[in-house]
Design a protein around this ligand. Structure first.
Ligand code: OSB
Ligand code: MG
Length: 387
């Protein structure tokens, strides 16, 4: 196939409740929805970047800029026979994994649709795994009592695993209160979003008594070595999120013993191809993975569910129902939580969902259509910049 047009739609969705992490508090979700068009077929994906470079260095602006100036000029005029062909064409571009993922994942959806098959099948997923166990990610709350109330509400909805955001000064009190309220059997984990330093190891060791399933990304966003040192003195397993952006990162982390689990988000690792490779590296090392999330709309949620059908996704993911974040999702119908705490992989071809036309028109604040233009020159100063 040759890409005939790319549409970029910026959408803004109000969040039902503010979401607080160690970076700050979010009130709304905004993202780029990418549509790839060719041969009368449309493929969809979304970017997981935020407005500010707090989770990683990418932003809405950098994703937009990289897609226009560095990614599409390497695709125009080329014949892609498989979604994997994207890698070879775009591999000279360093970094920018969220920008790459937004295009790559839309291509995967396009190829699955063009072959009349669901995306999970094209990805090599397990036909028996069509319902995915999921948990819920809970932001930092105003007090331990409020955390307990919020947790009870999600457990009543059917979520089977709770992930609680923590940061220095908001860790032991909320988590110990939650553990004593829920008893020993409810799976609880913590996500620090890179807010601790190795010198804070004492406060993380204190959490060992709470029997958490894991602690996600306690140390710096790009660190592997200090996590390996921390892993040696912590009983709680470490899961890496931010620090794993490629299969090379995964190999290094596993070689050094920096983590016992990996949170895979195709959207932060350049797309499904790299996510598959991280999955495979972990599987060969007997390291289970699970699928994280970035508060995606239904489009990104669908992609994550299809990826979660791969065999080494062995723990509940963060792909909660649409209603966890949104009064109204971009897709209609939205994703619902099954009574047994699972989400169903959408049946149908491709990702199995499309943006709802009316909701898109209502939520979109910017629209641009890009059609084949000059190819990238490949030389460091050779290409005109498009703002
Ligand atoms: O670290 O996993 C994270 C949301 C935004 C950015 C980073 C993270 C998260 C979450 C929520 O934890 C995951 C979700 O529910 O989509
Ligand atoms: Mg995380």
């Amino acid at each position: 196939m040759q890409i005939e047009r790319i549409e970029l739609d910026f959408v803004e969705l109000p969040l039902k409740a503010p979401f607080q992490t160690s970076f700050g508090t979010e009130l709304q979700k905004s993202t780029w929805i990418v549509t790839v068009l060719a041969d009368g077929i449309r493929g969809y994906a979304e970017s997981v970047a935020d407005s500010e470079p707090l989770y990683s260095e990418e932003t809405h602006a950098s994703v937009f800029f990289a897609i226009k100036n560095h990614i599409l000029p390497r695709l125009w005029g080329h014949d892609l026979g498989t979604p994997q062909d994207f890698q070879a064409l775009v591999s000279p571009v360093r970094g920018n994994p969220m920008a790459k993922a937004a295009i790559e994942m839309a291509l995967w959806d396009w190829f699955a649709r063009s072959r009349n098959m669901p995306l999970w099948q094209l990805l090599g997923g397990d036909p028996q795994k069509q319902v995915i166990p999921v948990g819920v990610s809970i932001g930092i709350q105003e007090s331990p009592d409020i955390l307990v109330q919020v947790a009870d509400k999600f457990l009543a909805e059917g979520y089977r695993r709770l992930k609680v955001k923590i940061k220095p000064g908001s860790d032991w009190l909320p988590l110990s209160r939650l553990r004593s309220h829920l008893g020993p059997d409810v799976p609880i984990m913590a996500d620090a979003n890179a807010s601790y330093r190795l010198s804070d190891a004492g406060s993380l060791q204190q959490l060992d008594t709470l029997h958490l399933m894991m602690i996600e990304q306690p140390l710096a966003h790009d660190d592997i070595v200090d996590h390996a040192a921390l892993a040696r003195i912590l009983a709680t397993p470490i899961c890496l999120d931010e620090a794993i952006r490629s299969d090379r990162d995964a190999r290094k982390a596993l070689a050094l013993g920096a983590c016992r689990l990996i949170n895979i988000k195709p959207g932060r690792m350049g797309g499904h191809f790299t996510a598959q490779r991280v999955h495979d590296v972990a599987q060969q090392a007997n390291i289970p993975v699970w699928c994280g999330g970035m508060e995606e709309t239904g489009i990104g949620r669908a992609h994550n569910l299809h990826m979660s059908t791969l065999p080494n996704f062995l723990l509940p993911g963060d792909t909660s129902a649409s209603s966890r974040y949104f009064a109204e999702d971009l897709i209609d119908p939205p994703f619902f939580l099954n009574p047994d705490g699972t989400l169903t992989v959408p049946a149908g071809i491709g990702i199995g969902v499309v943006p709802d036309v009316k909701r898109m028109a209502k939520l979109r604040t910017y629209h641009e259509e890009l059609t084949p233009g000059p190819a990238a020159s490949g030389s460091p100063s050779g290409h005109p910049v498009t703002f």
